[in-house]
Design a protein around this ligand. Structure first.
Ligand code: KG4
Ligand code: ZN
Length: 340
């Protein structure tokens, strides 16, 4: 049976809508919000307002690009959380009204699970997808997790950050260097011109599969603060080397625990997901690890790495197939731990 799932993502600062025909993406429209750039981070109130302005044009564009009419939509999937509450309310309210007016099922999706389920998008009929169980390193602006994926909606977090997320470490490091927000892509680009061994930063000593990034942030801050006393143009002169060294350290921290997780579980199918999975250094490190440890790896397309609605729609497709529909009374949650 052919389904058309409309996915809506509005958890942070991107308004996105996508249409999937079963597991194939017909459209994936994303409206970025430039308004936050001058504040060096996302301003929640401004994000909600921009979602409100963007949502109808974005959904309209997604339906047009998919070449379907709204009456063809089988079900509507929306991000229920985690994220900024005001932003989530815009997407969830729209999804509820859309489902109600067309009398179609409503599907509630967890943003972090959707990042992982993006690996099941099949743009080509023979696109390779993981088998269960597999391990996924989910790295975004708000989360850093090693997830044991047992089934589409049966996931166990076996490692997580005890403080900052990896994306946050990139963003905060960029802020220290007065680089624009979001810092991850900027550092990634600069890193390609720098020496990853130029500077050494403190690495965390955390037991088991958990992560910590707040010490790294402090270590970067102190190194730069001390160097600036001797040379006020230190950052300007060393931007590329600093970026390469910071990126190298973050990736080393991430990969160490992922290797440990694979050794502890015996699982050799490894995936990465979330905004930081767009990082070219992390992608390369996964390829090196695949050869070293004989892993089968899954790296999402760039357009499915950072926030997008195609991942919400693919998660929606599997919920729709299981007839796991949401009620109109469902409310968004800001944190994954408050999910009911
Ligand atoms: O998944 P995402 O788009 O939004 C959240 O759910 O948080 O992730 C955003 C994060 C930001 O911290 C951003 O700096 C980071 O992903 N990011 C990157 C790259 N592209 C985005 N970090 C490193 N390298 C990149 N190329
Ligand atoms: Zn995300």
């Amino acid at each position: 049976m052919v389904s058309y799932i409309l996915g809506i993502e509005s958890s942070c600062d991107d308004t996105s809508a996508a249409v999937l025909q079963n597991t194939k993406v017909l459209s994936n429209v994303i409206a970025n919000q430039q308004v936050h750039e001058k504040f060096g981070g996302v301003v929640p109130e401004l994000a909600s307002r921009a979602h409100q302005q963007n949502i109808i044009p974005v959904i309209d564009a997604a339906l047009k690009e998919a070449n379907i009419h709204k009456n063809d939509v089988s079900a509507v999937a929306f991000t229920r959380g985690p994220g900024l509450l005001g932003s989530l309310l815009v997407g969830s309210s729209f999804a509820k009204a859309f489902a109600l007016s067309l009398d179609i099922p409503l599907l509630e999706i967890d943003h972090m699970e959707a990042h992982i389920l993006a690996h099941f998008i099949q743009d080509e009929p023979d696109s390779k997808v993981p088998d269960f169980p597999f391990l996924c390193l989910t790295v975004s602006g708000g989360h850093t997790q090693i997830v044991l994926v047992k089934d589409y909606f049966d996931m166990e977090i076996i490692g997580k950050t005890i403080d900052d997320a990896a994306g946050e470490a990139f963003d905060k490091a960029a802020k220290i260097m007065s680089l624009p927000y979001p810092g991850g892509p900027v550092i990634d680009k600069l890193a390609q011109l720098g020496n990853p061994d130029a500077f050494k930063f403190a690495e965390p000593r955390i037991a088991g599969l958990d992560y910590s990034f707040s010490g790294l942030k402090t270590s970067i801050l102190y190194l730069i603060r001390d160097a600036l006393k001797k040379d006020p143009r230190f950052i300007e002169r060393n931007k590329a080397d600093l970026s390469a060294s910071i990126q190298h350290t973050i990736i080393e921290i991430l990969m160490k625990k992922l290797v440990l997780a694979s050794q502890q579980t015996g699982i050799k199918q490894l995936a990465i997901a979330g905004g930081v999975s767009a990082n070219s250094g992390l992608r390369k490190a996964m390829q090196v690890a695949a050869e070293t440890y004989n892993w089968e790896i899954f790296i999402p397309k760039m357009s499915y790495s950072t926030d997008n609605a195609a991942m919400i729609a693919i998660a929606g497709f599997y919920k729709w197939r299981q007839k796991e529909f949401a009620s109109q009374r469902m409310t968004p949650y800001a944190r994954q731990s408050s999910k009911k």
